[in-house]
Design a protein. Structure first.
Length: 539
């Protein structure tokens, strides 16, 4: 696609064209600096001057995608596509926006006709491969990525996407080789490569190294999660002390740690706190920030630390984390995102502790829930959570829908306890009707908000079973008996056949992903692993 329209360019409209070009350059500079709102405003000025300018519409659509607004991106890309449906770039952009909305059939419908007309366009093969992989068809996706690479052997994005398929298929060593090759190609691109693409590839490489158990290299590479070039990387605002240097000693330091990423990650990474307190020593002090719902639990679990809440807002496509009550911090000589300590405190699998849990639920609430559970129907009290709270796009393939749990739910001498947070009444009612059972619903607790009480409830149960999410992470971190039922390709095993973070927990790994196209359909991967769970529960 040309940067400016070629038709109708005359002496009369040439100044307008120059104005649009200037505005595009300014907007691109703002976008590169992360000033997405300013970039959008500048692109809109360009559209005011040239309402149907295809390059401006395309630029604006890409910023919308970066901000997590695929519906807006679709609207902008559709205008370009409808004006020239034979343009491969226009079709490719529109298909990407549709893919991000999990509208896979619509994306395929856009791509297939133009791919038949333009079979030598590698971007079309590549994007169609990403759509098929998101649907769960990794085998066909690999064929499409291979064709893109046959056409352009130095196509970094296709090689990176190919590495992701290999990772999903359990070929982690081969995936790492492909990812590193993609990163090399991206760096060699004109202008030094796209910073966002290279940051994304670097983070994927880190996860592959960790999956292989190469912890020293993996934790070092994991710093890519903070790379400003990564669209999803967090920023930390108004921290009242300098960032901890990688080689700075910890002994005697007054250190501030910031929780990062999602709730489950925050629970996972805080496992290093006991060792961190020892490393700081009697003359050091730890201030630990936590998601507000976790503050009471963390304060009880780590009594020598000062625990305060952090705040999170989402702005211009990024997560911004700050400390609203920074004035309450009594002393702070340095700060660090907590996962940046993993390289120091967990340099090998052998350094993971063998204790059953590091979080301490409220004993009074544990006793309350044991009394409440005694009033439930007879049977072992087993809590169940079967999905994440975020079920968008390809994430859906990582969770078995509740109807596929039929064999597990049919286990005799079990009273199932609902632990699934979020809106799930319809799913529960359908399962109860289909399977002839009744879930026990814990009274007077919000499973999403009352996390300290959820920790106590989990500790009062005989067993917690579920997908890796905040609930199962919380239960395992409290030492509750926990079984994780997971999709393949997870990095948390760190090259082992167990869960090093929670050594008392049991892992059940599906041999392949489920389908996002028809998640309610029987799937061989989930069927097999859930049969294994059912057998283990019976025995």
């Amino acid at each position: 696609m040309n940067d400016t329209p070629s038709q109708g360019l005359t002496a009369e409209n040439a100044p307008q064209t120059r104005d649009v070009a200037i505005l595009r350059r300014r907007a691109a500079e703002h976008a590169a600096a992360g000033q997405l709102s300013t970039a959008i405003a500048t692109y809109r000025q360009a559209l005011d001057a040239a309402p149907d300018h295809p390059a401006v519409l395309t630029d604006l659509g890409r910023v919308a995608l970066r901000m997590g607004e695929p519906t807006m991106a679709e609207m902008l890309f559709a205008r370009v596509y409808e004006a020239d449906p034979s343009n491969p770039e226009a079709a490719d952009n529109l298909a990407q926006a549709l893919r991000e909305q999990a509208r896979y059939d619509d994306a395929v419908a856009v791509l297939r006709p133009i791919l038949q007309a333009s079979p030598a366009e590698p971007i079309l093969w590549n994007t169609l491969g990403t759509v098929l992989n998101a649907q769960g068809d990794s085998t066909t996706a690999l064929i499409y990525f291979d064709e893109a690479l046959r056409l352009v052997p130095r196509f970094a994005a296709a090689r990176y996407n190919r590495s992701g398929v290999l990772m999903d298929q359990g070929q982690t060593q081969a995936a790492l080789a492909e990812c590193e090759a993609a990163l090399t190609l991206a760096k060699a691109a004109p202008g030094g490569g796209n910073p966002g693409d290279m940051a994304m590839m670097s983070l994927a490489r880190a996860m592959m190294l960790l999956t292989l158990g190469q912890l020293e290299a993996g934790w070092a590479a994991y710093e890519a999660r903070l790379d400003p070039g990564l669209p999803a990387s967090p920023t930390f605002d108004e921290i009242p002390c300098p960032r901890l240097k990688a080689d700075a000693p910890l002994a005697g330091l007054n250190l501030l740690t910031l929780g990062e990423q999602g709730l489950g990650d925050e629970v996972l990474f805080v496992s290093v706190v006991p060792d961190l307190v020892k490393a700081l020593g009697p003359n050091g002090r730890l201030t630990l920030t936590a998601e507000p719902r976790l503050v009471p639990l963390f304060a009880r679990s780590f009594p020598t630390a000062e625990v305060i809440a952090h705040a999170t807002v989402h702005h211009e496509g990024r997560t911004r984390r700050s400390i609203p009550d920074a004035a309450a911090i009594t002393s702070c000589e340095a700060w660090t995102p907590i996962a940046s300590l993993l390289g120091r405190l967990r340099p090998s699998v052998e350094t993971f502790k063998a204790d059953a849990g590091y979080l301490r639920p409220d004993p009074a609430r544990v006793a309350y829930w044991r009394s409440a559970l005694a009033t439930a129907p007879a049977g072992r009290k087993v809590g169940l959570t079967w999905r994440s709270g975020l079920m968008t796009g390809k994430r859906r393939r990582s969770y078995a829908p509740l109807p596929q749990w039929r064999e597990v739910l049919a286990t005799p001498d079990v009273q199932w306890v609902q632990l699934q947070y979020g809106e799930c009444d319809a799913e529960l009612a359908a399962a109860e009707s289909a399977f002839g059972l009744t879930f026990w619903r814990p009274p007077s607790i919000n499973l999403r908000e009352d996390l300290d009480d959820l920790a106590a409830l989990s500790s009062a149960l005989d067993l917690v079973i579920g997908t890796p999410n905040a609930t199962t992470s919380l239960a395992a971190a409290c030492g509750a008996q926990t079984w994780f039922v997971a999709a393949p390709g997870g990095w948390i095993q760190l090259g082992t056949d167990r869960h090093p973070w929670y050594p008392h927990a049991r892992l059940f790994i599906a041999p392949r992903f489920g389908s996002t196209q028809d998640p309610a359909a029987e799937d061989g991967g989930w069927t097999a692993v859930l049969a294994e769970v059912a057998q283990a529960l019976r025995s």
